[in-house]
Write a protein that binds this ligand. Structure first.
Ligand code: SAM
Length: 256
């Protein structure tokens, strides 16, 4: 993903924590099946360090499948959201306000280290060294990104094109040099998989998700409002019933 210039804006997510939690999609079941198959780690009973956990979208999914989760994020606002949405009781969720490049964890405590839409925010070399340090010998590193699959629908390609036209720091499929992060080359053993799925979502929730992107949070409020209104008008015209069927795909990369 071509995100180099915006790395310094990591804390920008704190400004959009509510929109993030309400508007971003979850992950399809299939990625958890693939994750078990490719890592050889059974989530039920595993300990996972979820780096860049944000408001906990992946953390909750891991926990729902029986994993104890250590959720790490440097954004206090994002992590506060995660804590408020984590129920008590087993398996535990422990929230740690920290940088994923310097995990305040002992060696060999985890079966999995996950980066759900977050590895591109970290140092590509230091973060992986840290992941390896905290993993047990059989452990695995997992990176995943939940992406609009714009090539599958004209309306989505047009939506992405409007983003690229209006947002100077936009990165994504409408940008020619866009690509998935080079996480594959950072691992010893690597498996990659693309997992397609369809997201059914109301237009307003979809637009809330748009608001939660770092490139939106970095815009002036007026410009962001204008873009959201532009997208709203176009989407309502195309889908008067107000519901979108969004072609998505998850890029999943697994290494040791
Ligand atoms: C796009 S969000 C992903 C949130 C969540 N994992 C999910 O699946 O929705 C990226 C997260 O990475 C976090 N982040 C940015 N820099 C980081 C770093 N150096 N270490 C750990 N997390 C970081 C941000 O605060 C943000 O919460």
């Amino acid at each position: 993903m071509n995100t180099g210039p915006i790395k310094g804006l990591a804390r920008v997510f704190d400004r959009v924590a509510d929109a993030y939690d309400a508007g971003r999609p979850g992950y399809p079941d299939e990625i958890f099946r693939a994750l078990g198959e490719l890592t050889g780690v059974d989530l039920d009973g595993a300990t996972t360090v979820d780096v860049g956990a944000g408001t906990g979208i992946m953390t909750r999914a891991l926990r729902a499948r029986g994993s104890r989760v250590i959720a790490v994020d440097p954004g206090a606002g994002m992590l506060a959201r995660l804590v408020s949405r984590s129920e008590d009781g087993p398996p535990a969720v422990v929230a740690v306000l920290a940088d994923g490049n310097a995990l305040p964890l002992a060696d060999g405590v985890a079966d999995l280290v996950t980066y759900a839409q977050s590895w591109h925010w970290l140092d590509p070399v230091v973060s992986i060294a840290e992941a390896r340090r905290v993993l047990r010998p059989h452990g695995a590193i997992v990176g995943c990104w939940n992406l609009n699959h714009a090539a599958q629908a004209d309306w989505l390609a047009a939506y992405e094109a409007r983003l690229a036209a209006a947002v100077p720091t936009y990165y994504g499929p409408a940008v020619e040099q866009w690509s998935v992060p080079p996480i594959a080359s950072a691992f010893d053993v690597i498996e990659e998989r693309w997992i397609p799925w369809t997201r059914l979502v109301g237009i307003e929730d979809f637009l809330l998700g748009l608001r939660s992107h770092s490139y939106m949070a970095a815009m002036s409020p007026g410009a962001a409002d204008e873009l959201v209104e532009w997208q709203r008008v176009e989407l309502r015209e195309a889908f008067p019933e107000g519901v979108l069927s969004v072609p998505m795909r998850v890029y999943l990369a697994v290494g040791r």
